[in-house]
Write a protein that binds this ligand. Structure first.
Ligand code: ADP
Length: 397
């Protein structure tokens, strides 16, 4: 079975074509600047040179048509006809509290996704565009929605509700949803497989640390809490997002700086976090480099990040009454040796014995705690696209 995985953003589209017989990637690529000047497609077929195609790409429908053309091209294609694609899996950011697992898409599902747009005004509309374009261009080929929020739907009310008047939850669905669910699910299942125990017997804390970062507490296979909330702004300090702040600060900044609510929203989402604290960059590599050269604010951004990662690990261990395994994943989690060392060497109270030698690894699966450690720690590269392809294949079968 061949599954095409699509991740549609507002002006971009990422794709991977999987051959599910061995879960290999036949081709992957990226369409950039959809609807803008200078749009292009970068296509990377397996074992071949990448191919860059510059073209006018005014819509997601055109982008998807170009992806299909590239996949079936005589020279750099990997399949002979679109008919070889058995199903399409869509990364969909927000499934509200309707979608608790991946779902075969029909008109009712699309209507529900449209109803959920107010919860994810930036992220859900491009997914819907992608789904509709596929229906048009590839009629009859089943499509599956895989939701970033779905894995977190097991959270108890006590975790997902805010201390706001209850009617706002009832009227508008204001609650914590959590994001990166596909990644938290992938790495937690993978670590259980490595350890050789069923999820039902494990307490796992998964740390997805990238440009956007979130941590999840998973007890017996169920997410009990996660750091992101109503939107991905809550929780940890991130590349450009503030993470948790006292909400009273918003009114204070608006008054002091004469800013509008939209400007403060932009400040919290795009100008805060590593970028805002360091004044240098949103990229952790740049921050680590500057800190090594003695830049105080870069070092401060790192220290603040480490402190918050530890804070949530500690809080979540208390919440699920223990932790057997901690997993680090995504760009920072998989690659930052310094971050893992700083976070884990200060968790000795949990009985965690860190292995600094084993920790010298980037982007590879490895256990980084000592054999005698009460809490096992792993680096597990995430693979959201593969998880989407697996869910899609399972639902279509
Ligand atoms: P996204 O949320 O956009 O998918 P990623 O998961 O790719 O983000 O993570 C991007 C982050 O990972 C950036 O802050 C980047 O600096 C960091 N990162 C990538 N490689 C390294 C590395 N070798 N050392 C430290 N940080 C890294």
């Amino acid at each position: 079975m061949k599954v095409l995985v699509l991740n549609c953003g507002s002006s971009s589209l990422k794709y991977q074509l999987f051959d599910m017989t061995d879960e290999s990637v036949l081709a992957k690529g990226l369409v950039e600047k959809i609807g803008l000047e200078g749009s292009l497609l970068t296509h990377r077929p397996k074992d071949q040179e990448k191919k860059v195609i510059n073209a006018d790409i005014p819509s997601h429908a055109k982008a998807i048509q170009m992806v299909l053309d590239a996949l079936t091209d005589k020279e750099h294609g990997v399949i002979s006809s679109v008919k070889e694609i058995d199903a399409v899996g869509h990364r969909t950011i927000h499934g509200g509290d309707t979608f608790t697992e991946s779902t075969l898409i029909d008109d009712k599902v699309i209507a529900e996704l449209e109803r959920l747009v107010p919860l994810a005004p930036l992220h859900n509309p491009p997914s819907i565009l992608g789904i509709k374009a596929c229906q048009e261009i590839m009629p009859g080929i089943p499509q599956v929605g895989v939701f970033d929020t779905a894995f977190h739907q097991t959270m108890p009310e006590s975790s997902y509700l805010y201390g706001l008047p209850y009617e706002y939850y009832e009227k508008y669905g204001i609650r914590r949803y959590g994001f990166h669910g596909t990644s938290h699910r992938f790495v937690s299942h993978r670590v259980a497989e490595i350890i050789g125990k069923p999820m039902s017997e494990l307490k796992i804390i998964t740390c997805h640390l990238g440009n956007g970062s979130s941590i999840a507490a998973i007890d017996g296979g169920k997410v009990m809490d996660t750091t992101m909330g109503f939107t991905p702004l809550e929780g940890l300090i991130m590349g450009t997002r503030s993470g948790n702040v006292d909400p009273a600060i918003i009114k204070f900044i608006m008054e002091k700086e004469g800013k509008t609510i939209d400007e403060v929203d932009e400040l919290l989402n795009k100008k805060s976090g590593f970028l805002g604290i360091s004044g240098i960059s949103s990229d952790l590599r740049d921050i680590e480099e500057a800190a090594q050269k003695g830049n105080h604010r870069a070092q401060l951004a790192l220290d603040m990040f480490y402190q918050r990662v530890r804070r949530f690990i500690g809080a979540f261990a208390a919440q699920i009454n223990g932790v057997d395994v901690i997993v680090f994943t995504a760009g920072i989690g998989e690659n930052s040796i310094e971050m893992r060392e700083a976070v884990c060497s200060n968790l000795t109270f949990l009985g965690l014995e860190f292995d600094s030698e084993a920790n010298k690894v980037r982007g590879q699966e490895r256990e980084i705690s000592k054999p005698s450690s009460k809490v096992r720690v792993f680096v597990i590269p995430t693979n959201e696209e593969l998880m989407i392809a697996r869910d899609t294949a399972a639902l279509v079968k």
